[in-house]
Write a protein that binds this ligand. Structure first.
Ligand code: AVI
Length: 313
C-alpha cells in the first residue's frame, strides 16, 4: 500500500524561492530526487570511488543478527528508503510487526516496496511518499497499532542537513517514533580529503549528472530557464565545517528565470546543490544528545570508514 504525501508544487516553489534568496544560493537536497535523480543516485552508489553504500551494506549484512537483537521487537520505519535493499537482512533477522518505507520519490518507492514485498511475503509493508523531515506522525494503519517503533536511517543522509537542520530532524524523528523508540542510523566517517573529494567527483561523471539533473527538474517543474552549459559542477572539502560542498558554478554573469522570478548570478557564483557533513562518533553522539537521543550501540567496518549508531530516547 502506498500513501502519497509529496509536497505540492506551491510548497516546492516557496522552498526554492527561499533557497535562491540565500547567500550562497542553496536548494533543499530532496529536490535532487525526482525519478531520474533517484536513478542517478543509485548509479553513484555503485561507483568505485563512492564506498559509503558498499561499506554500510556489508556492515548490515554481516552484523544483522547482532543489530536485530539490540533493536528488539516493533515496527521498522525507514527514512529515505530509496531502493529499500539495505534493510532486507535486518528485516529477515528481526521479523518485525510491519515495515514502513518513507521516501520523496513515488516513482522509486512503489517498485521498491513491491520488490521488498516479494522478498518478505508475510510482512505488512506500507510506503509513504513524503518529505520525511516534515512528517509529524504516521498515518493510522492497523499494521502499526500496538507496536513500538524502530527507526532506521541509513546512508548517512543526515549529513545532507546542516547541524541545526540535523538536530531538528532528530527531534522530529523522536516525535514521529514516539516514547521508548530506538533509532539505528548510518554515519559516513571523516577520512582523508582526497578520498572524500574523489567520492563526490567520480570519474564516470555520475555525481555531476546527478547535480545537473536538478536544473532539468527545476526547468520542468518550476518553469525555469537554466542553460546547463552555463554551469560547471564542483565538489570540494570544507575543513572548517567538516563537510563536502557540491555546487553548480555559474561560468559567466547571467540571469535565470525560475518560479516566476529573475535570479542574477555573478561569474563564478555557486548554486549549492548539497552539503555532505561527516561526523566522527563523538561529534555525532554530541549532536544526537542535543536532540534527546542517547547512544547505546556502535558498529563500524574494520577500516573505520562508516559507523552505525543505535540511539534510544
Ligand atoms: C544521500 N547522501 C548521503 C549522499 C551523500 O553522500 O551525501 C548524496 C550524494 N550526493 C552526491 N553523491 C552522493
Amino acid at each position: 500500500m502506498l500513501i502519497d504525501l509529496h509536497p505540492e508544487p506551491a510548497d516546492m516553489a516557496r522552498l526554492v524561492i527561499e533557497g535562491m534568496g540565500r547567500q550562497p544560493k542553496q536548494l533543499p537536497a530532496w529536490l535532487l530526487y525526482d525519478a531520474e535523480g533517484s536513478r542517478l543516485f543509485e548509479a553513484i552508489c555503485e561507483q568505485p570511488e563512492y564506498g559509503l553504500t558498499r561499506t554500510e551494506t556489508a556492515l548490515l549484512d554481516t552484523r544483522a543478527a547482532e543489530l536485530a537483537a539490540a533493536l528488539g521487537p516493533g515496527v521498522v520505519v525507514e527514512f529515505g528508503a530509496g531502493s529499500a535493499r539495505k534493510v532486507s537482512p535486518l528485516l529477515s533477522a528481526l521479523d518485525p510487526a510491519a515495515y514502513v518505507a518513507l521516501d520523496i520519490s513515488a516513482d522509486h518507492l512503489a517498485p521498491a516496496c513491491r520488490a521488498l514485498q516479494q522478498r518478505h511475503p508475510d510482512l505488512p509493508v506500507l510506503g509513504i511518499c513524503c518529505d520525511y523531515s516534515l512528517l509529524e506522525q504516521l498515518p493510522d494503519h492497523p499494521a502499526l497499532e500496538g507496536h513500538g517503533r524502530l527507526g532506521f536511517y541509513p546512508g548517512s543522509s543526515i549529513g545532507n542537513f546542516d547541524p541545526a537542520g540535523a538536530r531538528a530532524l532528530l527531534r522530529q524523528f523522536r516525535q514521529l517514533l514516539g516514547p521508548g523508540s530506538r533509532l539505528l542510523i548510518g554515519i559516513d566517517q571523516p577520512k582523508a580529503v582526497q578520498r572524500l573529494e574523489e567520492a563526490y567527483n567520480d570519474r564516470a561523471g555520475w555525481s555531476e549528472a546527478f547535480a545537473r539533473n536538478l536544473l532539468t527538474r527545476l526547468n520542468r517543474d518550476l518553469d525555469g530557464d537554466f542553460q546547463a552549459s552555463d554551469f560547471a559542477y564542483r565538489a570540494w572539502w570544507e575543513a572548517d565545517h567538516g563537510r563536502i560542498a557540491m555546487a553548480l558554478v555559474s561560468q559567466r554573469e547571467l540571469e535565470v528565470r525560475l518560479a516566476g522570478r529573475c535570479w542574477p548570478f555573478a561569474a563564478g557564483e555557486p548554486l549549492i546543490t548539497e552539503y555532505s557533513y561527516k561526523y566522527g562518533p563523538e561529534a555525532f553522539l554530541d549532536l544526537a544528545a542535543t536532540a534527546g537521543w542517547r547512544g547505546v550501540g556502535h558498529w563500524s567496518d574494520p577500516a573505520g570508514d562508516f559507523a552505525l549508531h543505535l540511539l534510544v530516547q
